[in-house]
Design a protein around this ligand. Structure first.
Ligand SMILES: Cc1ncc(COP(=O)(O)O)c(C=O)c1O
Length: 389
């Protein structure tokens, strides 16, 4: 059996149907959509139009509100850097992805005031906390929809309502949410929303920023200034020749993911729960990290007390999962997400993220349970204490 892939929050394999849709745009339909004088350009342009409609339909937006980017990192950077100016105020949360955290940090150095909201023990931002943080200088609130490490879902519709009451627009990083939970920009009251294709069986290097077009009553209009200047693609807001095969793949991936709702996430959640039950039965004291219910259907983040996650994963040659800790040095840093939830450093360092996906089978889950439980039993005792570097 090949290595069991349980790291779908890091990236997903390309769906065959997505690849099939992309191939003609890597071969014969290689035109530049900006070429308006011949059929090569028109064919490519028409494909981009279809993909824009597919993504828009998947998120309840209109096509003019979708701007393609190189991924969610760019979309997050654009949402923040394109809106905030020195002297203004950004409110964000402690469990955000680095694409938001580092951008907020950079903005701080440029004279933007940044408030980082705490989360509860499940990783959730409380609407009251946001209400207290907003001031008359607040220009944007950015709080993620689904956390990449724990899968915890934030109540973004409620949070957006709090922001809107104060006249402030709301951005959410939905990179992990597309295809796993249903998304409707209207129902969620979103103003800006970031997406990534490779998290939902599309290609890498393509994403999008949703930008609400119609201003809300009594809410500051949000129109991010361009980061990339040049040929004026994407209605002048994001220059650069369009990644046509990537865009076509993203559109197809978004449409397939939307079509599979809600059955597919339900199937994955059942497997995810089997994984948890199996681990709990086979390993003493497994603890769940993240919200028990308000959580992505595919994500299981658990601590194995007394076992260092990086060592466990190194011993698990046949299971691909993730430790959530940055291990650039010999002594890994505990995940900022788990620390923000109040986990002790030791427990955070013993946490493993399993993220299931469209191609995960029951057989794989059963085998993974055996392999993980064996490895924990075999190596567990020798890792106790974790004082070694
Ligand atoms: C929540 C979240 N935001 C942003 C990103 C970055 O996405 P991309 O790889 O498309 O730049 C990721 C991917 O790891 C993510 O999980």
């Amino acid at each position: 059996m090949p290595v069991i892939y349980l790291d779908n929050n890091a990236t997903t394999p390309l769906d065959e149907r997505v690849l099939e849709a992309m191939l003609p745009y890597l071969r014969e339909h290689f035109g530049n959509p900006s070429s308006s004088t011949h059929a090569y350009g028109w064919t490519a342009g028409a494909a981009v139009d279809v993909a824009r409609e597919e993504l828009a339909a998947a998120i309840g937006a209109s096509p003019e509100e979708v701007f393609f980017t190189s991924g969610a990192t760019e979309a997050d950077n654009w949402a923040l850097l394109g809106v905030l100016r020195p002297g203004e105020h950004l409110v964000t949360a402690a469990t955000e992805h680095e694409a938001i955290r580092e951008t907020a940090h950079y903005l701080e150095q440029c004279g933007v005031r940044v408030t980082v909201l705490p989360v509860d023990r499940f990783g959730v931002v409380a609407p009251e906390t946001l209400r207290e943080a907003i001031t008359s200088e607040t220009t944007l609130v950015s709080i993620m929809l689904a956390n990449n490490e724990t899968g915890t879902l934030n109540p973004v519709a409620e949070l957006a309502e709090v922001a809107h009451e104060a006249g402030v627009p709301f951005h959410t990083d939905a990179a992990q949410a597309l295809g796993k939970v249903s998304i409707d920009v209207e129902k969620l009251s979103m103003d800006l929303m970031s997406f990534s294709a490779h998290k939902c069986y599309g290609p890498k290097g393509i994403g999008a920023l949703y930008v609400r077009r119609r201003p809300r009553r009594d809410v500051r209009r949000v129109r991010p200034a361009p980061l990339l200047h040049g040929g004026g693609q994407e209605r002048g807001l994001r220059s650069g020749t369009l990644n046509v095969p990537g865009i076509v793949g993203f559109g197809r991936a978004a449409a397939l993911a939307a079509d599979a709702l809600p059955e597919e996430p339900e199937r994955i959640a059942t497997l995810r729960d089997k994984l948890r039950e199996g681990l709990s039965a086979g390993v003493p004291d497994v603890r769940l990290n993240g919200h028990p219910a308000e959580r992505l259907p595919n994500t299981l983040n658990v601590s194995f007390p007394g076992v260092r996650a990086v060592d466990l994963l190194a011993a698990l040659a046949d299971v691909a999962a993730s430790s959530g800790s940055a291990c650039a040095s010999s002594r890994p840093d505990a995940s900022h997400v788990l620390r923000a939830m109040g986990l002790e450093e030791e427990r955070a360092l013993s946490s493993v993220r399993f993220s299931l996906g469209r191609f995960t089978t029951l057989k794989e889950v059963e085998r993974a349970v055996e392999l993980v439980a064996d490895a924990v039993r075999e190596f567990g005792a020798s890792f106790v204490g974790m004082e070694q570097p």
